[in-house]
Design a protein around this ligand. Structure first.
Ligand SMILES: *Cc1c(COP(=O)(O)O)cnc(C)c1O
Length: 366
């Protein structure tokens, strides 16, 4: 018999692929999947092949190393690297059939040189800065490119791309401005498609989905429309086992620095999850665990500080709880977005911070 592990992270592949299908169904263009940062911490090696089975043919990673790791698992898919190509890397892109998202003229020069060296056209996404000031050709670089079309020698610009600054704010005028800018840029690349929308961008007016959408967060169950109920299915569940249960008297303090004092006689459960697992220390006194017994779900407030490997919850009055039971710390009752609010973070950071020592269980037949 295997011992039950102290903490379990369940990742619902069916929810993730269902979410991807729902996103893809929002428009008539194509929908890629963003699987950077190990699929937002959830495991690209399991998630990307499941998405491929669900019909996804285009994937974005951030790093070349992430793309190289996925290549054998996705033999036929298009894989794009958001960080683009650095000096010395072009050969690894071409030999593994990986496409760079090119964001500067020096990078374009690298890719053009590689194409000329190989005497063949090489595909590329060309990213433009329309407001993010992060990656992408600047307006000045775009002017230089227009005046020197030879800079594109050997490069087949399949897509012009940009990234929205405020996609989750539907009324922000920046969205429309960025849309207009990429439309204008596209006129200089008649054969290219437009890629613009991340998850939230797909919930703006339909035109924002353009030819190729690039959702990440919403596939993993984060809410792309923060002002409204979450239209996506939750895809993660973190549960921690109760290692100890103790009764404490009124006035007793709990945990490091005693930041919580029992207002009454209380029952405290100590759970085997802490900040080393990505359950943020900032959550001290601010979150809750959930205990399910049959059809009943009980809320157990987090009391005291979160320690490295342990967190304490107030289970006063929940009669059924016993040592070895689990509390849900992230899941249907505490979605990552809610936990993020309590931790003054966002759902993305919650997911990508999830620790590596949980037992990971993938649900769904893939
Ligand atoms: C991360 C990323 C995405 C996906 O964004 P989500 O908000 O997770 O959908 C899309 N495009 C670029 C350029 C990104 O960096």
């Amino acid at each position: 018999m295997n011992p039950t592990p102290p903490a379990t992270l369940e990742i619902d592949l069916t929810a993730i692929t269902t979410n991807w299908r729902a996103l893809a169904a929002r428009h008539s263009g194509q929908t890629a999947a963003v699987v950077k940062a190990d699929a937002y911490g959830l495991g690209a090696a399991r998630i990307a092949p499941a998405l491929a089975k669900a019909g996804c043919t285009q994937f974005f990673t951030a790093h070349l190393s992430e793309a190289l790791a996925l290549r054998p698992l996705l033999p036929r898919a298009a894989i794009m690297v958001l960080h683009g190509v650095l000096p010395g890397e072009a050969v690894m892109f071409t030999e593994n059939n990986i496409i760079p998202v090119i964001s500067s003229l020096p990078e374009l020069a690298l890719w053009s040189a590689e194409a000329q060296y190989r005497s063949r056209k090489l595909p590329a996404f060309l990213q433009f800065d329309t407001g993010m000031s992060r990656l992408g050709l600047s307006p000045e670089e775009f002017t230089i490119l227009r005046e020197n079309p030879g800079l594109l020698t050997g490069v087949n610009v399949t897509h012009v791309m940009t990234h929205l600054v405020n996609a989750e704010l539907p009324n922000d005028p920046m969205n429309e401005r960025q849309y207009e800018r990429i439309r204008t840029i596209k006129q200089y690349f008649p054969g290219a498609k437009i890629s613009l929308a991340n998850s939230s961008g797909m919930f703006l007016p339909a035109k924002f989905c353009a030819d190729l959408a690039r959702p990440g967060a919403a596939m993993y169950g984060l809410n792309p429309t923060p002002a409204q109920p979450n239209p996506m299915l939750n895809a993660v569940r973190l549960s921690g086992r109760i290692l100890a249960i103790r009764e404490i008297e009124t006035g007793t303090k709990v945990g490091y620095n005693g930041i919580w004092t029992a207002p009454r006689r209380s029952t405290i459960a100590t759970v085997a999850v802490g900040y080393a697992d990505g359950y943020f220390r900032r959550l001290g006194n601010k979150a809750a665990g959930y205990y399910t017994h049959g059809f009943d779900v009980y809320t157990a407030p987090l009391v005291g500080r979160v320690s490295m490997d342990l967190t304490t919850f107030d289970i006063t009055g929940i009669a059924e709880v016993k040592i070895g039971d689990s509390l849900e710390l992230i899941g249907k009752n505490t979605p990552p977005d809610d936990l993020a609010l309590a931790a003054t973070s966002n759902g993305y950071e919650i997911l990508t911070s999830l620790g590596k020592r949980f037992q990971r269980q993938y649900l769904g037949a893939f």
